[in-house]
Design a protein around this ligand. Structure first.
Ligand SMILES: Cc1cc2nc3c(=O)[nH]c(=O)nc-3n(C[C@H](O)[C@H](O)[C@H](O)COP(=O)(O)OP(=O)(O)OC[C@H]3O[C@@H](n4cnc5c(N)ncnc54)[C@H](O)[C@@H]3O)c2cc1C
Length: 399
């Protein structure tokens, strides 16, 4: 039934992606009256994702792996240099996007079900249009459903509205990105391809300037074949498709495949955001630029921060202490878990995007021949320095 009157709640979550559902679930579990609104008519659909996630964080945020959304469990990743020297990394060390290849629509729905079961009320096809303010503080949103406008009043509003987030902008939180801090992505779901279900594959170098080509297997000859290219390296928006089509044409195991769907979208590859809260409002997930700038994976970080966001939002709303200073607890707690890695990976990404193909070849060449006890930026650089000291000169400050 369409909403015809204004609504009221403790915590209002805008956006029912993974970050929003996690926030809603943990806010409801901590005793808040929670509403989550989603502008699309179906949570999780259409899918705009490579669908790769790592495993290690799931238990920490209360997500139980389920055959309802796990598509393929991979052993690890293969990183290909421009001349296609290959390095294998096991799943534990391969980063945010390697472990399971999921059915993202089913995954998002499962998280929304968890949020609903914890007590969240969900309104679909409900678009936030702007924030409401009183004495400079955010007190809710103006929303629209089936052409009907109404207001939702809330003690705390959480912007979980993704990469194109508007809640932050409306609330006056600086979330703008420079074009060098964005990747433009395009992905085909392809059938009849030669992907290996044991690995998520990544291809580096000028096949995808400032990013990479990925192949995430879905089983039975099906795979997500996608590309991310740094926006500042594109001459026109359609060029990202030219890069992907060229890569596919050069790889017979994929050139013989057939495309069955296509999705595009942006990811941030930026340093951590400077501000994630303001009076009465919090940002989480892609809206708070929490994507790993090296891998482009954002699901894990969004969910990890979502749990913290939900806990802090519930406590703030229930105690009536929702000023920026009160909500800073969330800012401090997510930074304690995520910020150092986000920053380190941003620095590493900045270096990597400037490397010529020959250097990538040398790095992968070294790494394919050594057994690293622990895969860290430091260990990689040390191994490369032994064989190609000239390559690591630029990285001396990281060594
Ligand atoms: C092509 C591509 C491939 C990717 N592959 C991977 C991958 O393999 N692994 C990985 O970890 N990450 C990947 N990512 C990144 C990942 O998709 C995001 O980090 C993740 O979706 C972030 O979740 P979120 O909940 O913060 O935002 P989203 O999932 O974007 O959810 C935001 C929600 O808010 C809703 N919304 C927006 N505005 C409003 C509004 N005004 N009112 C109401 N609702 C609104 C949207 O409809 C959406 O449902 C990929 C991204 C792209 C573009």
């Amino acid at each position: 039934m369409a909403i015809s009157t204004d609504l009221k709640c403790d915590v209002l979550v805008v956006g029912a992606g993974p970050s929003g559902s996690m926030t809603a679930k943990w806010a409801a579990k901590n005793g808040a009256d929670v509403i989550m609104i989603e502008k699309r008519q179906e949570i999780g659909s259409p899918v705009r994702c490579g669908e790769g996630i790592s495993k290690s964080w799931l238990a920490d945020v209360g997500i139980t792996p389920s055959s309802r959304w796990i598509n393929v469990e991979v052993e690890g990743a293969r990183i290909y240099s421009p001349s296609e020297k290959v390095m294998e990394i096991n799943e534990k060390h391969a980063g945010n996007e390697v472990g399971y290849v999921v059915e993202r629509d089913a995954f998002d729905k499962a998280l929304a079900i968890d949020a609903a079961n914890a007590g969240t009320t969900i309104h679909l096809k409900t678009h936030a249009l702007d924030v409401l303010r009183k004495d400079g503080r955010v007190t809710g949103v103006k929303a629209k459903q089936f052409g009907q406008k109404f207001e939702i009043h809330a003690s705390v509003v959480v912007g979980a509205d993704g990469f194109e987030s508007q809640v932050g902008r409306w609330a006056g939180i600086p979330t703008n990105l420079q074009i060098r801090d964005m990747d433009s992505c395009l992905q085909y779901r392809m059938t009849n391809v030669d992907s290996d279900v044991r690995y998520c594959d990544f291809y580096l170098g000028k096949c995808a300037p400032g990013g990479y080509v990925w192949v995430f297997p879905k089983g039975d000859g099906l795979a997500n074949v996608g590309i991310g290219v740094q926006v500042s390296k594109l001459h026109h928006p359609a060029e990202v498709r030219d890069y992907l089509d060229r890569w596919i044409a050069q790889h017979p195991g994929y050139a013989k495949g057939k495309k069955i769907d296509m999705v595009g979208g942006g990811v941030s590859i930026s340093p951590p955001i400077k501000q994630s809260v303001a009076d009465g409002v919090m940002l989480v997930g892609d809206a708070a630029r929490m994507i790993d700038p090296l891998t482009g994976g954002g699901i894990a970080n969004g969910c990890i921060a979502g749990k913290i966001c939900g806990e802090v939002a519930a406590r703030a709303a229930k105690s009536g202490r929702t000023s920026k200073a009160d909500l800073m607890e969330y800012d401090r707690r997510w930074r304690a878990v995520l910020e150092e890695k986000l920053l380190r990976n941003w620095v590493a990404k900045e270096k990597l995007v400037s490397l010529p193909d020959e250097t990538f070849d040398k790095i992968i060449d070294v790494l394919s021949g050594v057994r690293l006890e622990k895969l860290s930026v430091l260990n990689i650089l040390k191994a490369v320095r032994e064989r190609y000291p000239e390559v690591t000169q630029e990285f001396e400050n990281l060594l």
